[in-house]
Design a protein around this ligand. Structure first.
Ligand code: ATP
Ligand code: MG
Length: 652
């Protein structure tokens, strides 16, 4: 494993553009006093305890933190219920008739659930689960599309103290089976199918296939989302219809008082770097982290319509569609479909239709929009937007500027939020009323979070340096373990630097102390003794007017150690040619220097991505090195990889 060091090329660190918050925004922001950083740094436990007061507790904690590295307990001894905090308390307040979930289905379908309605739906389903024999501590697998019942199912589990394990509805039967068995889930909640681009995704059929070898599953609850357009079979005694069950269930259900450290959910990581890990989150710390960061990073206001475009199958959807916003009593938009149905203006049509104020999406989506062209967003007003955010990968400065101008109309602060399934909530991000942003930098750790960039020996690197990102103090929403594998938890995150959490990401610090995430440390190349980050070379390529997206890898080279290979997708209407390859190489030389010049460039119409849409460079490395492919269970589309492999054989 190599890491960037002081002598590195620093294309990113040359970024000089800064964007301070507009005065009007600053004045009204939920947090606008920079002193918060110092206050939180001096007394992080006091800081978190203060924020925890926004929640309702059934019993207070005796101690904020018990830290026996790497084992953490937060809000020790406290009792609370997550669903009570996300739903019930709002349903019994002035927010009773406020929209909690605004759901936009595939074209033609929509639904609004107020907090009051949501409470009753959750209670009915919570009672249903109880009637199926579910008790506190059981694990429940959920395999659904983006329908309100997905959130209802999660909240129902949390209400009665069962831990959910949501499996992304785009996953295969095999991926579902692995996750069910790892968690030993007792019940599976699924649907007859889900809609995607007007086609049926046969969820129940995949579930049936998964369930041939899942001894722990006793019952399967099936939501009728599709109806006649899909053929399914129901296994007598095992499979039950959602609507039949809830029809007889009471809409009253007391919230189970949970211990602060009781498990809330298991969620498997995306598998970008290897086999997915079952990340365990607990009740109190997670909810404090989720709600606090949602309140301040997104500057949520009572009247806002807030839209996070992630799928609930990923941690972003857990924390910033369900738990964070609902704990704050916010109105959340939930969208079932894709950005290109019925046309490529779909996201912008939704923003205008509902007057979305806050939009949170991913760099990969932004690069796709760039590829489709400005004419799509230009058809819409987008005047309701006041804050926009990104998560999932480092954002190329060029994509940041496009987002800022084309979507944010130069008016909306951008929050580039760095975090992981493991961290539970955003860790590094601007505070929109305080931070002057720079395109491509997630800026600095949030108040109460201690992050450092260290070298191989664990020594912090200074401004201008680069190395590994570590989190040097525990935080409330941190993972507690890997489900069923505490040793892997210790090994994976806590063994490299004792007492510090190893993120696995490379990072640089600039002269102002801003952090520049570089992606996985495994993705840093070593070319003739120079550490070069794949992300920086990719950003230089994306900076070229013809390029939509690029994935760069280091390929073994006899002389240089590694040579740079680039896989490039072009913008609409641009034709691939050898001349263009040469031009792109020169563009990288101009942006970074001769040392970063790619040896070869492959044009491709698609890049291999996880189903959460992150570029899987490790598979590209396997192709380039002619190796057997690593774990591909979370790959979005296997035909992309097969095509690339062929092409690489021919041209490479
Ligand atoms: P696995 O751990 O199984 O390889 P994964 O790391 O892709 O999967 P996630 O937890 O979904 O699974 O992703 C977290 C990672 O996403 C981070 O470690 C980081 O590499 C990347 N990431 C997320 N947000 C940002 C961001 N704003 N800037 C840079 N990188 C980001
Ligand atoms: Mg990871």
């Amino acid at each position: 494993m190599s890491l960037p060091s002081e002598k590195n090329l620093s294309a990113l660190l040359d970024e000089r553009r800064t964007f301070p918050p507009a005065e009007e925004f600053r004045r009204r922001a939920n947090w606008n006093d920079p002193a918060i950083y110092d206050r939180a740094a001096k007394d992080p436990e006091g800081f978190w305890a203060e924020e925890a007061k926004h929640l309702d507790w059934f019993a207070p904690w005796q101690k904020v933190l018990e830290w026996d590295a790497p084992w953490a307990k937060w809000f020790v001894g406290a009792k609370l219920n997550v669903t009570y905090n996300c739903v019930d308390r709002h349903a019994h307040s002035a927010r009773r008739n406020k929209a909690a979930i605004v759901w936009e289905g595939e074209p033609g379908d929509s639904r609004v659930l107020t907090f009051d309605m949501l409470e009753r739906e959750v209670n009915r389903f919570a009672n249903t689960l109880k009637s199926l024999g579910v008790v506190k501590g059981d694990r429940i697998a959920i395999y659904m599309g983006m329908v309100p019942e997905l959130a209802i199912a999660m909240l129902a589990c949390a209400k009665i103290g069962a831990a959910h394990s949501v499996v992304f509805g785009g996953f295969s039967a095999e991926a579902l089976r692995e996750r069910i068995n790892d968690a030993k889930a007792k019940v599976l909640i699924t649907a007859d199918g889900s809609w995607r681009r007007g086609n049926v995704v046969p969820l129940k059929a995949s579930a049936d296939e998964a369930l041939t070898e899942t001894p722990s599953i006793e019952k399967v609850v099936v939501l009728k989302r599709i109806g006649k357009a899909v053929q399914i079979s129901m296994k007598p005694g095992r499979d039950l219809w959602w609507h039949d069950l809830v029809a007889n269930a009471s809409d009253e259900c007391a919230a189970e008082p949970m211990d602060a450290e009781d498990m809330l959910f298991i969620l498997y990581t995306s598998g970008t770097t290897g086999k997915p890990k079952g990340i365990v989150h607990t009740t109190a710390g997670y909810l404090v982290g989720a709600s606090t960061t949602h309140r301040y990073v997104f500057d949520i206001k009572e009247d806002d319509v807030y839209w996070c475009t992630a799928d609930i199958g990923w941690v972003t959807g857990h924390t910033y569609i369900v738990y964070g916003p609902l704990a704050n009593g916010a109105t959340v938009l939930m969208y079932e479909g894709t950005p290109d149905v019925p046309d490529r203006g779909r996201f912008w049509a939704i923003v205008d239709k509902y007057g979305v104020n806050i939009l949170y999406t991913a760099p990969t989506a932004i690069r796709t929009f760039m590829r489709w062209g400005k004419e799509w967003p230009a058809k819409y007003k987008l005047s309701s937007l006041r804050l926009i955010g990104t998560v999932g990968e480092p954002i190329n400065p060029e994509a940041w500027m496009w987002y800022h101008e084309t979507i944010g109309h130069q008016r909306c602060p951008i929050v580039d939020t760095w975090w992981q399934t493991e961290t539970g909530c955003a860790m590094i991000s601007p505070l929109p009323g305080i931070t002057a942003t720079k395109p491509g930098s997630a800026t600095r750790p949030l108040p109460g979070i201690a992050a450092e960039v260290v070298d191989a020996e664990g020594k912090p690197v200074g401004p201008g340096g680069g190395g590994y990102l570590v989190l040097s103090k525990p935080w409330p929403a941190m993972l507690r373990t890997i489900y069923g594998d505490p040793e892997r938890y210790v090994q994976n995150y806590w063994s490299r630097y004792p007492g510090k959490y190893f993120t696995g990401d490379g990072c640089k610090i600039d002269a102002d102390g801003y952090l520049w995430l570089l992606g996985r440390v495994d993705d840093v190349m070593n070319v003739a003794g120079h550490r070069i980050s794949t992300f920086e070379v990719e950003s230089a390529m994306v900076d070229h007017a013809s390029v939509a997206e690029a994935a760069v890898i280091g390929k073994t080279h006899e002389v240089k150690g590694q040579a740079i290979s680039a896989f490039v997708t072009l913008k609409e209407g641009v034709h691939a040619s050898d001349a263009l390859k040469e031009e792109l190489k020169q563009h990288v030389v101009m942006k970074i220097g001769a040392i970063a010049k790619p040896d070869d460039i492959f044009f491709t119409s698609e890049l291999p991505k996880t189903r959460s849409a992150k570029i899987m460079r490790r598979l590209l490395r396997d192709i380039a090195e002619g190796r057997v492919l690593g774990d591909t269970t979370t790959l979005a589309d296997s035909t992309v990889l097969a095509k690339l492999k062929e092409q690489y054989k021919d041209e490479g």
